[in-house]
Ligand binder design. Structure first.
Ligand code: ZN
Ligand code: ZN
Length: 189
């Protein structure tokens, strides 16, 4: 069975070198749906608590919210950075508090201080799904990701691969010692 959560992402991007309107900088309200698949954890009668899926995903994905997402070879990138530098917001601002954990993968690098994500490929719906899966595949048993942005929708299904022990009292992941970091349950061997 599946537990499903959704996240809202407001972002700006453009398709560099694309022959169409999307080559101009513009913004979207994106809706990301993450489906986690596993057996039902009998103790709590859930696959996984949806709010906990959201918490795990949001920790890293908030880097994409109220952010600018540009491809690494886009000449807008140095231009934007120079304006951010000149106006003193490149390395953060007191109001820039909703920062995610910085990350660097094969596909994308997040710069939370400047609310910027630099991608290897054009950030299409498909590109976003690839990046999200890559960031979360070891943390959750992701079976499907759907991303909706404007009138565009894409989805991809994945084979779940993690063998994750869950707490029978609160449903979240047990750590490597079988201890629940949330409620303190200890699994007996
Ligand atoms: Zn767009
Ligand atoms: Zn617990």
């Amino acid at each position: 069975m599946r537990s499903i959560t959704t996240l809202d992402l407001q972002y700006a991007h453009r398709f560099y070198k694309f022959k169409g309107e999307a080559q101009y900088l513009h913004g979207h309200s994106g809706l990301l749906t993450i489906e986690v698949e596993d057996t039902i954890n009998d103790g709590v009668n859930m696959v996984f608590p949806c709010n906990e899926i959201k918490k795990i995903a949001w920790e890293v994905l908030k880097n994409f919210d109220h952010a600018l997402i540009l491809r690494e070879d886009d000449p807008l990138l140095p231009a934007i950075l120079s304006v951010y530098e000149e106006t003193g917001i490149k390395n953060g601002a007191p109001q820039n508090t909703m920062k995610g954990e910085a990350f660097k993968t094969e596909l994308a690098t997040a710069y939370p201080d400047s609310r910027l994500v630099v991608t290897k490929e054009t950030l299409t719906i498909e590109g976003m799904i690839k990046i999200v899966y890559d960031l979360l595949k070891d943390k959750l048993n992701i079976a499907k990701i759907t991303f909706t942005s404007g009138v565009n929708v894409g989805s991809a299904e994945f084979e779940t691969k993690n063998n994750i022990d869950r707490c029978p009292l609160c449903g979240i992941f047990l750590d490597e010692n079988g201890l629940c970091p949330k409620c303190g349950y200890q699994k007996k061997n």
